[in-house]
Design a binder for this molecule. Structure first.
Ligand code: GDP
Length: 726
């Protein structure tokens, strides 16, 4: 049977009008895995619901144990709708916000997002995050409201109450959609509604679902549903209106096929020349055009090695092709191409535009790479969205394992670009940096359990930021030979501009004209926007000089000095953020030999640090939004866990039978939260955190923290005075 399905998928791959590339977006525990089981079983991909999908989707052992989905995995299935067979490629998105980077990447590859919301809990912070990510990428949403059985059997709600509750979930989701899409002129009304058939609801657990079209076709109404649920006749409900049919019909009817989606999405997700043949090929889903693949995920197959999975936007991928990989110099040869059937890869002859492909041989590709048959502007870089806030050292217990550890870490950073790996030059330790304590825990467990490498790990260390508070007068940086001088001012960048940089809406990768416009729109004056020379992290270098001899040929070194200075700020050698540096003047030695790296880099570094000090640089700590759901008898203990961590409780309210506590706390204090909250609430709390940026610390705490960091890093234990930089 499997062979038949593969053959049918291969046939359908050549018919883009019948393809739907989709993702399921949900808050953890709202039922994504259970729903996926239903869809695969309904499509005949697995014999029955249950264990099979756990194995297919949650392939990593630690995911099964934690019951959360971490890695994006892919499955394909077929579904007959209106007498036509459709190919549905489902990309799994991670269910925990610590892994936000993965979600964005998965959204790039799909055209539709099925938003799943628990009817009892309603839309949660993470629902909001994922819906935002989808809309930002131009991905169309539909809504499935899950666990409706609980409204009936547990909460004993009647038809009126049920309707009220469903409508309020729909309203919440629509408010989000409206807010995000109002200003997007490439998008019509994307709000969802029962009448349009863009909302379905039901029970993934008991495998029934309804939508307006399905209710009309089957004659089932609210009253019937309530009667059948109450009388425990769920099997009948499933037989009369199976969830998989209702949802897959909605997918086929309301999500765009690649032919409809790509013309709209390409300008949104790709910043290259929109008049080029390449752009035309992608807009038209041209299977004879140049090959363009956007890699969303790197997986490991014990036999085939690294597998790059992603969306083919144009051309046809085949074995033997030599393809460019963005960000690297050479080409890679395609060794095999395949599609995903469940968690397994099936080799096929070729994969044409509009599909999700699994490719081996692309050894330089990482998640997020653009792979193509001609050199091209890569898909918008996505690395800015999530900056690491926590770091931990790992060290192999046995020196014999060192090569294997290095290889594994390399692999990990390829699969998950929100992870950064660095080597501490002094100790030889490897440092992994990521989005939160859990994120790093998952990575180290993977190294230990899946790779069988016993490791020692250090205490998690928070990554702080340094930023200035005000604008400065001109400062000078002089080279060691005193023949080169750089004159700079610094000022804080506006929040709007920083946000645009973080979102990748402003970057050095995009065409100059577009960058200028984006910066001006975010409030930068015209002259400055035209003189932007470099963007590093969330900092901008503007070159306001005119006609200075040799400056052009020296600019690369200037940038190197700038990057060094911003990588390690003057307070505690933590990264600098949100600063605009303006080069006003420079004096350069006539002779190249006297203005080499050893002269220019330190001169610029000094100038930048002096400017930062003049701008009253201060230390910022990362903070997280925290949400805890807990039975009311544990409310006091749970809110105490936030307040006791230099945190703040912003809101407490009842939702269903639980109390919800919302607040904010520093990442540093959140270390160890998961075991503390468990013991404080007898394990009855569920919780969720999301990185919420950085905030300035109080003066006394700042001083203390700076000293701790300096000590840890082996730096001088006095605070820098500007005099140090003369
Ligand atoms: P995920 O984290 O979004 O993948 O959620 P899961 O599919 O793992 O579901 C989380 C929990 O909710 C599991 O215990 C499921 O059995 C349960 N669940 C899922 N769907 C339903 C439903 O429709 N009704 C009820 N009562 N429970 C459900």
């Amino acid at each position: 049977r499997r062979k038949k399905i593969v053959q049918e998928c291969e046939r359908l791959m050549d018919k883009p009008e019948n393809i739907r590339n989709i993702a399921i977006a949900a808050h953890v525990d709202h039922g994504k895995t259970t729903l996926t089981d239903n869809l695969l079983a309904g499509a005949g991909m697995i014999a029955d619901e249950g264990e099979a999908t756990r194995l297919m989707m949650d392939t990593e052992e630690d995911e099964q144990e934690r019951g959360i989905t971490i890695d994006a995995a892919n499955v394909s299935m077929t579904h007959e709708y209106e007498d036509t067979n459709h190919l549905i490629n489902l990309i799994d998105t991670p269910g925990h916000v610590d892994f936000g980077g993965d979600v964005t990447r998965a959204m790039r590859a799909v055209d539709g997002a099925l938003v799943v919301v628990d009817a009892v809990e309603g839309a949660m912070p993470q629902t909001e995050t994922v819906v935002r990510q989808a809309l930002r990428e131009g991905v169309k949403p539909t809504l499935f409201i899950n666990k409706v059985d609980r409204l009936i059997s547990e909460l004993q709600e009647g038809p009126e109450e049920m309707q009220q509750r469903l409508l309020s979930v729909i309203d919440d989701v629509n408010e989000l959609i409206r807010g995000m899409t109002e200003d997007m002129d490439d998008i019509d009304d994307w709000t969802v509604s029962v009448e349009d058939g863009t909302v379905a609801f039901g029970s993934a657990l008991y495998r029934w679902g309804v939508s307006m079209p399905s209710m009309q076709a089957t004659g089932i109404d609210f009253g019937d549903i309530i009667d059948l649920e109450r009388n425990d006749e769920r099997q009948e409900l499933h037989d009369r209106t199976p969830l998989s049919d209702v949802v897959l019909d909605m997918v086929c009817e309301h999500f765009p096929n690649p032919l409809d989606a790509q013309p709209r999405r390409i300008p949104r997700i790709w910043r290259g020349d929109d008049e080029s043949d390449l752009a035309e090929g992608m807009r038209l889903v041209d299977d004879e055009g140049e090959v363009v693949l956007m890699v969303t995920d790197i997986g490991i197959d014990p036999h085939a090695g690294e597998i790059a999975a992603g969306r083919v936007f144009s051309g046809t991928i085949e074995k033997g092709q030599e393809l460019y990989v963005s960000g690297t110099a050479g080409k890679n040869r395609v060794q095999s191409v395949g599609i995903y059937m469940g968690g397994e890869r099936e080799e096929v002859e070729h994969v044409p535009a509009g599909n999700i492909a699994a490719v081996t041989g692309l050894r330089d590709a990482i998640a997020g790479s653009t792979v193509s048959s001609v050199e091209m502007t890569p898909f918008e870089s996505i690395e800015h969205i999530s900056e690491p806030v926590i770091t931990k050292s790992v060290e192999a217990k046995s020196m014999d394992d060192l090569p294997k550890l290095i290889e594994t870490l390399r692999q990990v950073s390829k699969e998950d670009p929100t992870i950064q790996i660095t080597i501490n030059e002094d100790t030889g330790e490897h440092l992994i940096s990521g989005q939160g304590e859990l994120h790093l825990e998952v990575i180290t467990q993977r190294i230990e359990r899946n790779q069988g490498i016993p490791v020692n790990t250090g205490e998690p260390i928070v990554v702080y930021r340094e930023a200035i508070r005000g604008a400065t007068d001109t400062v000078e940086g002089i080279s060691p030979n005193r023949h080169n001088r750089f004159y700079l001012t610094a000022e804080p960048l506006s929040e709007e501009i920083v946000d645009q940089i973080r979102l990748g809406e402003v970057s050095m990768d995009m065409p100059e004209q577009e960058r200028r416009e984006a910066l001006q729109e975010a409030g930068m004056d015209k002259d400055s926007s035209q003189n932007v020379e470099h963007i590093f992290g969330t900092n901008v270098l503007i070159d306001d000089t005119k006609g200075i001899q040799h400056l052009n040929e020296t600019m690369e070194l200037v940038i190197e000095g700038l990057e060094e200075a911003l990588d390690e700020g003057p307070l505690a050698a933590e990264p600098v953020q949100g600063t605009l540096l303006r080069l006003n003047d420079a004096r350069l030695h006539e002779d190249t030999i006297h203005r080499g790296p050893a002269q220019v880099i330190p001169a610029v570094r000094r100038a930048v640090h002096r400017a930062l000090i003049a701008g009253h640089v201060s230390l910022l700590e990362p903070i997280q939004d925290v949400r805890i759901d807990v039975p009311s008898e544990h409310m006091g203990a749970a809110s105490g866990e936030i307040q006791g961590r230099r945190g703040r409780v912003d809101d407490m309210y009842q939702e269903g039978d639980l109390m919800v506590i919302e607040g904010i706390a520093p990442v540093d204090e959140m270390i160890g939260f998961s075991s503390d909250i468990r013991s404080a609430t007898e394990g009855r709390a569920s919780w969720n955190t999301e990185n919420a940026g950085f905030r300035v610390m109080s003066d006394s705490l700042q001083r203390e923290t700076i000293m701790e960091i300096r000590e840890r890093k082996g730096m001088k234990l006095e605070l820098p005075e500007s005099i140090d930089y003369f």
